[in-house]
Design a protein around this ligand. Structure first.
Ligand SMILES: *Cc1c(COP(=O)(O)O)cnc(C)c1O
Length: 382
């Protein structure tokens, strides 16, 4: 039998061993680590809402009224008013008929793809899609096709080939992120929407890193480009800029009805706690409000400060610094932490082999001075 120690030793040898970093306190933009404050450039809490007084109050109020646990799955007795409010709000916000919420973005991806697709269907994914989308695609039993990152020619070829081969009742689904989680670049969404429409395919868009960051009311890239009515499935997480936890999929009512019957992580799991759900609704409302617009402006001011200093394009809140090998990326993360900045080294299998990087994320909670001094520290690394 294989011993766990041997596997761990092999991971360590390859520079791929992962360990937990204990955090003693979270006060955006600071964390307390080893009893010292460090500036957090690692979080996806892009607007600083995870420790916002308004969201915390919404969570406390929901706990007082509904308790700490939902007590059962959504289909038994766990569909409490906060869950229904959240879904109604998401549907209205996204301008679609309905929405379904899940306990995480991961559960949303796996549950939705597993319910929407089966044997005989085809799913076409961007090569850099998040693990949750890949896992969902694999578990669905559909035939999986991958196109090189943002490569429209290859996507078009896959669409045309599969459309020609597939029987009429089979589903053909394209999946992409709007802002890619480890690179921070954007999908060519106008072209992807046109291609899927031309070839009669469905489209699932994961806005995990675009909600709160892009679009006039912070809904994401589809809103920024005016494409919302043309995307079959709008998916996102409530655990990043929204400042809480959970995930959602917004679509026409018939699709949502199908999901709530068939999505296994929805059907067979206890409904998320009322506090989490109420905080999510509150976070979404803040994002769409004038205060949300202010936070978005602060975030973008930090993004443009940092990208000017680095001489890169300002595309999203995610700025990767590619090292290639694991050890230099780990060393860079260690020396930054020593200087009081947390930016994690991201390695295989989260990113392709040979593209280990520091993944720096900016937030509305950062002061311009903190962004500038992070940049100064980065210069001393290379
Ligand atoms: C983080 C992430 C998810 C998963 O969301 P969680 O709420 O953290 O489970 C899904 N898709 C993408 C693109 C992500 O970055």
């Amino acid at each position: 039998m294989r011993q766990a120690e041997d596997e761990l030793a092999a991971l360590r040898e390859a520079g791929l061993l992962r360990q937990l970093q204990p955090v003693e306190e979270d006060r955006p933009p600071f964390l307390r680590i080893n009893d010292r404050p460090v500036v957090n450039f690692a979080s996806n809490d892009y607007l600083g809402l995870a420790c916002d007084e308004e969201l915390m109050e919404a969570a406390r109020e929901a706990t007082t009224r509904y308790g700490t646990g939902a007590g059962s799955s959504r289909l038994i007795s766990g569909s409490l008013s906060p869950h229904l409010d959240l879904e109604e709000h998401i549907a209205e916000w996204k301008g679609v008929e309905a929405a379904l919420s899940f306990s995480s973005g991961y559960a949303t991806a796996v549950g939705s793809l597993g319910a929407l697709l089966g044997k005989g269907d085809v799913i076409i994914l961007d090569k850099l899609c998040h693990a949750s989308l890949i896992d969902g695609a694999r578990q669905s039993g559909a035939c999986l096709r991958v196109y090189p990152h943002n490569n429209l020619q290859k996507l078009e070829r896959l669409l045309a080939d599969n459309r020609a081969k597939l029987p009429a009742e089979a589903r053909l689904l394209v999946v992409t992120e709007s802002v890619f989680s480890m690179d921070g670049d954007r999908a060519p969404l106008v072209e992807i929407v046109e291609l899927t429409e031309r070839h009669g395919a469905l489209l699932l868009l994961d806005e995990a890193h675009a909600v709160g960051v892009l679009g006039p009311t912070g809904q994401g890239l589809a809103e920024e480009l005016g494409l919302q009515g043309r995307i079959t499935f709008q998916m996102g997480t409530l655990g990043k800029a929204v400042g809480s936890a959970g995930g959602y999929l917004a679509a026409e009512r018939r699709w949502i009805d199908l999901l709530l019957n068939k999505a296994r992580p929805f059907v067979y799991s206890t409904a998320p706690p009322p506090a989490q759900v109420a905080a999510s609704s509150c976070g979404l409302r803040v994002i769409a409000s004038p205060r949300g617009r202010n936070l978005r402006e602060r975030l973008w001011s930090n993004i443009s400060t940092f990208s000017k200093l680095r001489g890169t394009e300002a595309r999203s809140a995610i700025a990767p610094l590619i090292f290639g090998e694991n050890e230099p990326a780990l060393q860079a993360a260690r020396s930054l932490l020593g200087a009081g900045y947390l930016a994690p080294a991201v390695r295989f299998p989260t990113v392709p082999r040979g593209s280990a990087r520091l993944r720096i994320t900016l937030s509305a909670a950062h002061e311009e001075e903190q962004v500038r001094s992070l940049h100064k520290n980065l210069l001393t690394l290379s």
